[in-house]
Design a protein around this ligand. Structure first.
Ligand code: HOZ
Length: 428
């Protein structure tokens, strides 16, 4: 595979942008080699500037559930762009998208749009603290909720990839309010409640997608709900990744547990920058201008992002059966990878939730961050590199998640599995 132009582009980018990227994981540091610089996407494929074609299992880290350049979403975006790209004033589009999401999520009476998952979570936490008049929060090791100060503690995703799950520049005065519990371990949460009577919220990815794909057990989430109720603490589900990905109703649609607040991103913008947080009326009315908790943004509810989101959610709502199809493909892909690993006696485990998939080079079922850290990262890096050479674009870290889009055909899945057989043989 020729990556000459990408190599040049990367060197050039490094002169002007730290590490050459605007989000660390994209630099491929954990898998080595040059990240292909992307020229365009079409359907299931990515094309880089050297002319290489890849089957894309990243799909912009989740948003592109209908693949690249889906005609309906593309038309909705182009149509809106012609009418003006930003007003900093209300449009009916915001209400339209809000209505769609509220109608699907029982836990959401009202919602506010922002520009990213980081912003959504940061704002939801401020609201939770304002509403409860408490300061502490509980987060789980390995969960990633964006890079705001309070949450960059024991964080997954890029932070875990680079072995810096906390960051310089985050004052200890702030992080002392963040208590860390162990995913899928209710006793660790009970200990937090014992240590602090000042817990405003427990925040969790109900399907963790940032330490690899690690779903929370239903019983664990039920216990969590109970503990929060007993302690007048809000339960926040971070569904930035799982919202509209795991099912039409996100992780909540699978486990049937209602959080007090939910954060969204990715799919609700159809690939445009977006985030949102929502919840019960009683809590949401604390938000400015209705209430005293301040939160704002010029590009919030941006019309182009709203139009893309509406087109995406409409397509999903009119065809909910696609989740069955996507999940079937994800399962087939993971069964294929598993069989390829088994054939070479390589320790390997997989997970699937809706259109999300994950795998670890490990011999134990991964239930939490400690388990995830035990995966063979060197072998992952070799696997990733060899798959890329064969035109298969997978997330470039074992602490991320893979995504199936409707554009990915059964034949592409089989092609990917064949490549996995070859690669497993090579890395055995
Ligand atoms: N680490 C982010 C997903 N969990 C992706 C960041 C990026 O777009 O590079």
């Amino acid at each position: 595979m020729n990556l000459q132009k990408s190599q040049q582009a990367f060197e050039e980018a490094k002169r002007y942008i730290p590490g050459g990227v605007d989000s660390p994981v994209r630099a491929f540091n954990s898998v080595g080699g040059t990240p292909p610089f992307i020229e365009r996407g079409q359907g299931a494929y990515l094309f880089d500037i050297d002319g290489n074609r890849y089957i894309d299992y990243v799909q912009s880290w989740g948003p592109l559930i209908f693949g690249h350049c889906d005609k309906d979403i593309e038309e909705a975006i182009i149509d809106r762009v012609k009418k003006g790209v930003s007003f900093g004033a209300p449009t009916e589009l915001e209400t339209q998208l809000a209505k769609e999401i509220v109608s699907l999520f029982d836990s959401v009476d009202k919602i506010r749009f922002v520009n990213s998952g980081t912003e959504a979570v940061m704002s939801a936490l401020r609201l939770a603290r304002g509403y409860t008049a408490k300061d502490d929060i509980v987060k789980f090791a390995g969960c990633y909720h964006g890079h705001s100060d309070s949450l960059l503690v024991s964080a997954g995703s890029g932070a875990a990839t680079f072995g810096t799950p906390s960051s310089p520049g985050v004052p200890a005065d702030l992080t002392k309010h963040t208590l860390i519990a162990k995913y899928n371990d209710i006793e660790s949460v009970k200990r937090c409640f014992k240590d602090s009577k000042n817990i405003a919220a427990v925040i969790i990815e109900p399907i963790a997608g940032n330490m690899g794909l690690v779903p929370a057990d239903k019983e664990f989430l039920e216990e969590l709900r109970k503990l929060c109720d007993e302690n007048n603490t809000l339960l926040i589900f971070d569904e930035v990744m799982s919202g509209f990905r795991a099912s039409l109703k996100g992780a909540q649609g699978i486990v049937d547990i209602k959080p007090d607040l939910v954060t969204f991103g990715k799919v609700i913008g159809g690939g445009m920058p977006v985030g949102a947080f929502g919840g019960k009326e009683e809590i949401m009315k604390w938000l400015s201008p209705e209430g005293p908790v301040y939160q704002a943004g010029t590009l919030s509810g941006n019309p182009v992002a709203m139009a893309a989101g509406i087109a995406t959610i409409n397509k999903l709502k009119t065809n909910p059966a696609i989740y069955v199809e996507l999940s079937k493909k994800a399962k087939r892909l993971m069964e294929g990878f598993q069989a390829a690993a088994d054939a070479e006696e390589i320790p390997f485990v997989t997970e699937v939730r809706g259109s999300m998939f994950g795998f670890f080079f490990s011999d134990k079922v991964v239930k939490n961050f400690d388990d995830a850290l035990e995966n063979d990262q060197k072998r992952f890096a070799r696997f990733h590199k060899e798959m890329l050479k064969r035109g298969i674009y997978l997330a470039c870290s074992p602490f991320e998640t893979g995504f199936i889009s409707t554009a990915i055909s059964d034949d592409m899945i089989e092609e990917t599995i064949l490549a996995a057989y070859e690669v497993m043989r090579e890395i055995a």
